[in-house]
Design a protein around this ligand. Sequence first.
Ligand code: I3S
Length: 130
Amino acid sequence: PGLPHLDDPHVEEKSGLINMTKIAQGGRKLRKNWGPAWVVLTGNSLVFYRERPPQSAPSQGWAPAGSRPESSVDLRGAALANGRHLSSRRNVLHIRTVPGHEFLLQSDEEPELRAWHRALRAVIERLDRE
Ligand code: I3S
């Protein structure tokens, strides 16, 4: 029995505005469509919103009230890799989920991308141990 919040899959681990494109859906390659997304990492998923929720909006846990995620993926068994072979952009992280959904996250700020990499790795490793 560790800290209770570590066992709650809905707790927000990290969130922020970052450049994102989906590159595959269920194993089928998609055309890239880079754009900023508000991304929320929880204890078991990565949730994508088109826009940052208004600062004044009351939140219900990690879910910005009144907004619907554009998409959400289960991180259990997901793979992380450097995305440098998949893009000409700098600081690119490649995420592949078990059902074959693939995303690239990118930031011009290297520390920002590294922070996402670390946070995602911690969540995926924790899910691996469960
Ligand atoms: O991996 P690709 O296909 O070279 O990705 C580039 C294209 O998606 C391009 O759009 P077109 O589909 O109109 O060619 C985008 O403008 C580029 O940003 C994509 O490459 P980068 O290197 O930015 O991920």
